[in-house]
Design a binder for this molecule. Structure first.
Ligand code: GLU
Length: 436
């Protein structure tokens, strides 16, 4: 039986008060403190505040998988639907040992705000399986993906919950999800996931979309700060899909990419790296390590390099209260989700660093996911120049709207983006009213 004292103590601690005790690197805290700030400035009604801070659904499932050895392992799968007032929950799935419910909750809420910043008719969701995909065979990963999908049949669907790839998930994983879902409902439903192979309903331009969004928003920020594109120096942390694409596209645009890194460390050349050569090197050697004609640089040092643009495109919490004061970039373009902690925000603001927040900077991915969903549902596919042109239009527009919000309210771009997003979601809640 529960101890009555404990029970009472629990009942009076509101989640808000709990948050005082969470650490700086808790992603839910990172999301909520910005949300609180923006909600206060918007004078959000207390009722709506409560609705928007609470995820609609949190699902935890057991995912039993037969390993190739014949042994059975049981993994934990999570899916959180944060808010679906503007449309189906949209948001990816990651396979990682570091997945926690708090992280998935934060990432799901970020998807709600991100979709609203770029004004897509989607809500936000996120999923994860706690596992180490690097220690699993392709067959094991397939069984894991299919069982996780089967366990989520209740929420998945093109009108309700539409996953996409993220950390350690890719087009192949999306193909398995699409197939499992389709087999269960008895017909092919391409629009249930995005980020699929192009041959089976994927969109041209999806693979590059997040990195391209980083390029577009960075170009806008450079223009705003009157820094010529051709002279801009760039450092990119993370050389996965987002970081490598951002580096490639920025270099192609004439920017000078001076440093890039992956999880083992980075390479640096103040005169500029030959990015096509780096990409060739990666194809053969998998890691940047050993790339000729560049000095070795640690991930920590890369974040503090003297440069115009820093693109953190790896994981959460890399810019914190510990290193923010040492960051020297003039612009930070957040390719990753949550790379900067809330405490670091204040330090960066004081230094006058122009931060393009994640929910704007990396929204190119979900924007082309939206295009993919539209194409699947219409059964009519666009050529790549059309995808790129429409993506650019949405990103340029969103950048302008966030900047205007930030200037009007004299807040950072991050708080401006949250205000824009929260206001859009809140407006729909007000119009729809309360279902009771
Ligand atoms: N992983 C991407 C993100 O965090 C894409 C989400 C999607 O396409 O649904 O925005």
């Amino acid at each position: 039986m529960a101890n009555p004292k404990t029970r009472r103590a629990q009942s009076i601690i509101t989640p808000d008060r709990d948050r005082r005790f969470v650490t700086e690197d808790n992603p839910f805290e990172a999301m909520m403190s910005r949300f609180d700030d923006a909600a206060r400035r918007l004078n959000l009604e207390p009722g709506l505040y409560k609705v928007l801070r609470t995820p609609e659904k949190q699902i935890i499932v057991a995912v039993p998988v037969m390993r190739d050895s014949g042994e059975i392992e049981v993994y934990t799968g999570i899916r959180v639907l944060h808010n679906t007032s503007r449309g189906p929950a949209k948001g990816d799935i990651r396979f990682d040992m570091a997945v926690t419910l708090d992280e998935v909750k934060a990432l799901a809420a970020w998807m709600t705000w991100k979709c609203a910043v770029v004004n897509l008719p989607f809500g936000g969701g996120k999923g994860g399986v706690i596992c180490d995909p690097t220690s699993m065979s392709v067959a094991e990963l397939e069984r894991l993906t299919r069982r996780y999908t089967a366990e989520l049949m209740e929420t998945l669907g093109p009108d309700s919950d539409v996953p996409a790839p993220d950390v350690n998930t890719n087009e192949r994983v999306m193909a398995w999800i699409m197939d499992t879902y389709s087999m269960r409902v008895g017909h092919t439903v391409t629009a249930v996931v995005t980020g699929k192979p192009v041959e089976m309903g994927g969109s041209l331009g999806r693979r590059d979309a997040t990195g391209r969004g980083c390029l577009v928003t960075t170009t806008q920020a450079l223009a705003h700060l009157k820094i010529p594109v051709a002279k801009a120096t760039v450092a990119v942390q993370g050389f996965g899909n987002v970081g490598s694409t951002a580096a490639r596209l920025m270099a192609a645009e004439g920017m000078n990419v001076v440093a890039v890194s992956d999880k083992k460390g980075g390479i640096h050349n103040p005169k500029g790296l030959d990015i096509p050569a780096v990409l060739e090197w990666i194809k053969e050697h998998r890691y940047l390590e050993g790339f000729p004609g560049a000095a070795v640089i640690s991930n920590e040092a890369l974040l503090c390099l003297e440069c115009d643009v820093l693109v953190p495109a790896a994981l959460e919490n890399v810019i914190t209260s510990k290193n923010a004061a040492a960051v020297k970039a003039r612009i930070i373009c957040e390719g990753a989700n949550g790379p900067t902690t809330a405490r670091a925000d204040a330090i960066l603001d004081k230094k006058g660093i122009f931060v393009i927040p994640d929910i704007l900077a990396n929204a190119g991915g979900v924007t082309v996911s939206y295009f993919e969903w539209v194409q699947d549902r219409g059964g009519y596919f666009w050529d790549e120049p059309t995808v790129i042109e429409r993506l650019e239009k949405i990103m340029v527009n969103a950048f302008g709207e966030v900047l205007a919000m930030a200037q009007t309210h004299d807040v950072s771009m991050r708080i401006g983006a949250y205000m824009l997003a929260i206001e859009r979601v809140a407006a729909v809640h007000r119009m729809r009213g309360m279902y009771a």
